[in-house]
Design a protein. Structure first.
Length: 562
């Protein structure tokens, strides 16, 4: 019979070398047993999300209308609406359209009728059932000019009909492939808002204490003595129709500036921030408790050339400008490598992207040769290229919104273009005044700007000749009858194959005629604690869509049998 005394007696007879070997063997045996236990546990169990935990979300813009009919450009409103409300469809984490409140959508062959069958047994946060009446009410409120909805023009010509308690039908005058995307619009509860007169809509408390069908419900808000909201508290919806969210609470914590919110993130006071600047990425990339998240949006930045300008309407001049513009330097230095280089409008994550359109490379020597072949041979005293035959100078003014990144882009462009003899005068305009002072009047030679074309790409408003004058967005004032026909067909087709072919052809014509230089698609960056899991969003329509799969996010975990 072994005993501790007997073991000690045997051990005392060991030589020092044998004792060391024995100790090593015992430790190896213990480690092996522990490793075996953990290996066994790992083999038969797996980590699964566990309910609980809290997100503190740092932002810097006060909410005004958490109301889909009234809200427009307030990012905090949009974030909260994505948590509190649902649409008929949603955009998943890969940028694909999926059903949300709708269970089925049937589109007629002519593309003019959309029949939407709604999911049943969905409840508003106050327990009232969701029905077709809520969909009808929301759309008709937008269409009623008394409510002054910013979405009026999109919906004004759409007819809607109630077919049953859980079915509605939309009627379009002409087919619109963008209409499916419009069905992501958030639906409001008729039983609450129908009892409030249009004049009282902007004043009611329901604009902040919102009631939806979404994964999170309004709980409370906190205000400062001055009346500003300092915290907005949400709790998970215990009856959410997809599945009950794992994370118990989300608190919006409000700061004066983006820099203040960023400092709070670094200090651990918040664990999710609305957005980070490109330079801030460098400040947190070595923080092992924070993760940088990237989202691809359907947008591009470009330099748009006024086609009424004698110099810039020449596609060979613009080709020379593009060849001499170091786009990779712009991406590396302005966007800290957080952008996709473009030579055409559509990025690789979206329908219509063509890699063959993105082959033009930086070549300032070829650019100089192009200008020389155009007759720009002589320099004047300011080292500006001139044409002998008409004494015209290679000079223009570049209008730029007064935004740090875009001003930095402009400065690189100026440096590159003046290196080949083209003088550039930079005209900075405040972002608040850019429409009234520049875009509305089209009084610029060239302008740096950004355009967003949607998950289902729609280039109509940016390149159709009907959009040359304000409020149209064809800011190059470019006209091409072939592109017009392709854009019209693209906006109406229900065939993804036809849409893709048309978009590629449109981009081929744009890159041939060169009314613009397409620069890049900067990624949208934000940051979160490493403890937050399940956030797999990569491609969305707008930044607030990062919450589209919030019910799958989790912080706590538990082991369960496989």
């Amino acid at each position: 019979m072994w005993s501790w005394t007997k073991i000690k007696t045997i051990y005392s007879k060991f030589s020092p070398k044998d004792r060391a070997i024995a100790i090593i063997c015992i430790f190896a045996l213990i480690i092996g047993i522990i490793w075996g236990i953990f290996s066994f546990i790992g083999a038969v169990t797996e980590l699964k999300p566990k309910p609980g935990g809290k997100i503190i979300y740092g932002t810097w813009e006060q909410p005004h209308f958490i109301n889909p009919v009234l809200s427009q450009n307030n990012e905090t409103d949009n974030d909260l609406m994505n948590l509190i409300y649902d649409g008929l469809i949603a955009i998943d984490q890969r940028g694909k359209i999926i059903n949300d409140l709708a269970s089925e959508i049937n589109i007629s062959k002519d593309g003019k009728t959309y029949e939407v069958i709604l999911k049943e047994n969905i409840l508003w946060h106050d327990g009232t059932p969701f029905t077709a009446d809520d969909v009808i009410f929301t759309i008709e409120a937008i269409q009623n000019a008394r409510y002054n909805s910013p979405w009026y023009n999109i919906w004004r010509d759409i007819k809607i009909e109630k077919i049953g308690d859980y079915m509605v039908r939309f009627y379009l005058n002409t087919p619109q492939n963008q209409f499916l995307q419009h069905l992501s619009f958030k639906i409001m509860p008729a039983h609450i808002w129908a009892n409030i007169s249009p004049t009282q809509w902007p004043l009611t408390d329901y604009n902040l204490k919102a009631i939806g069908t979404g994964p999170y419900c309004y709980e409370k808000l906190e205000k400062s003595k001055e009346g500003s909201i300092i915290a907005y508290h949400l709790k998970k919806n215990p009856k959410y129709f997809k599945h009950i969210p794992y994370i118990q609470n989300i608190t919006f914590s409000f700061y004066e500036t983006q820099d203040d919110a960023f400092e709070a993130l670094i200090q651990g006071k918040i664990n999710l921030i609305r957005e980070i600047s490109y330079y801030q990425k460098e400040l947190i990339k070595n923080k092992n408790k924070l993760i940088i998240k990237r989202i691809v949006l359907p947008r591009y930045y470009g330099v748009f050339f006024n086609q009424k300008h004698n110099l810039l309407s020449n596609k060979n001049v613009v080709k020379a400008l593009e060849l001499s513009l170091d786009k990779q330097k712009i991406i590396d230095t302005v966007f800290y490598q957080e952008a996709e280089l473009l030579n055409a409008p559509i990025s690789k994550n979206f329908i219509g992207h063509s890699q063959s359109l993105n082959q033009l490379s930086y070549n300032p020597e070829e650019a100089k040769n192009i200008l020389k072949n155009l007759g720009f041979e002589d320099y004047n005293n300011d080292k500006i290229l001139e044409k002998k035959d008409n004494n015209s100078s290679a000079e223009f003014t570049l209008t730029v919104p007064l935004v740090d990144e875009l001003m930095n882009v402009a400065n690189i462009a100026k440096q590159n273009w003046e290196a080949i003899g083209v003088k550039v005068n930079i005209n900075p305009v405040s972002l608040q005044n850019i429409y009234q002072d520049s875009l509305k009047l089209r009084n610029y030679d060239a302008i740096i700007f950004g355009e967003a074309y949607g998950i289902i790409p729609n280039l109509f408003y940016f390149w159709h000749s009907s959009q040359i004058t304000a409020p149209g967005l064809n800011i190059s004032m470019y006209s091409n009858s072939e592109i017009d026909k392709l854009l019209e067909q693209s906006s109406q087709t229900q065939s993804q194959e036809t849409l893709e072919q048309n978009l590629i052809k449109i981009q081929e014509l744009l890159t041939r005629d060169k009314p613009a230089i397409f620069l890049c698609n900067p990624y949208f960056l934000y940051a979160q604690s490493y403890k937050i899991k399940g956030n797999n969003i990569t491609t969305v329509n707008m930044p607030s869509n990062k919450f589209e799969n919030i019910e799958d996010w989790y912080i706590n975990t538990r082991r369960v049998l496989k």
